[in-house]
Design a binder for this molecule. Structure first.
Ligand SMILES: [Fe+2]
Length: 251
């Protein structure tokens, strides 16, 4: 397996990984303007980009996913709850779906809360073992924090969903599993994020202050400490639902 974590604009973390042996790669949460980097990394690794995934429709940055998928001849994926919402066709993801890229397997977990369409990606490398090795958590679970639940409105309902996604899905994964989040410190998508860009399920369970809270206290805490919304949020979401390159919106 090869694996790259790319610190991108707006404290976003993007991912590029796959199976060099079978020459297949997966790009996750590509920020607009970074498409050339992904194409160059694919060349360097001698792979073709097979799947491009956004963990959710982003509100803080324009996605480069649709454009990269077009350039690479890859499929572009969003959660199926976006069907009918977008102005372009995408390959819908559903909970429990498995994407295969040679020896690298990606299982989709639907984890609503930050947004209704949020997914996490559970990754295994069959060259190393048949158990999951790491999970890409998007804006559901950060290092030291959790995703903000208000961007799609109905923040109390979404906070409750976030709690349940964390406790019934992510935190039931093995403690040694690595987590790779969608942002690090400096992001508008959550409060209190660490500047360290990776952790483990076990460490977060012990030391992430939000994960120790009972359900009602969690809902109260994540709705009380909501930071200001990302700049130009409505325009960014509109671009991301259009599937077009975001020329006028350099964010
Ligand atoms: Fe987000």
């Amino acid at each position: 397996m090869f694996f790259r974590q790319r610190p991108a604009a707006n404290a976003t973390l993007s991912y590029f990984f796959g199976c060099a042996g079978h020459q297949m790669a997966i790009a996750v949460d590509v920020v607009a303007g970074d498409e050339d980097w992904f194409m160059a990394e694919a060349d360097k690794a001698g792979v073709r980009i097979t799947y491009v995934i956004d963990t959710h429709v982003h509100a803080d940055h324009c996605s480069g996913g649709p454009d990269l998928a077009r350039r690479a001849g890859a499929s572009y994926h969003l959660h199926e709850s976006n069907l009918g919402r977008t102005a372009f066709e995408f390959s819908p993801l559903h909970d429990g779906q498995r994407l295969e890229a040679g020896n690298v397997l990606v299982d989709v977990m639907h984890t609503p809360g930050h947004t209704p369409d949020s997914v996490c990606l559970l990754v295994r490398d069959l060259r190393r073992g048949d158990e999951p090795w790491f999970v890409i958590t998007g804006d559901t679970l950060f290092v030291g924090a959790v995703g903000r639940p208000d961007l799609a409105g109905q923040e109390h309902e979404m906070a409750a969903q976030l709690h349940d996604s964390l406790h019934t899905r992510l935190l039931t994964l093995p403690a040694e599993l690595e987590i790779y989040p969608g942002h690090q410190a400096g992001s508008a998508c959550g409060a209190g994020l660490s500047g360290k860009p990776a952790s483990t399920i076990g460490f977060e369970k012990r030391f992430n202050p939000m994960l120790a809270l009972p359900r009602e206290a969690f809902i109260e805490a994540v709705t009380a400490q909501i930071p200001p919304p990302p700049a130009e949020m409505a325009a960014i979401v509109a671009v991301n639902l259009s599937g077009k390159a975001p020329a006028p919106l350099a964010t």
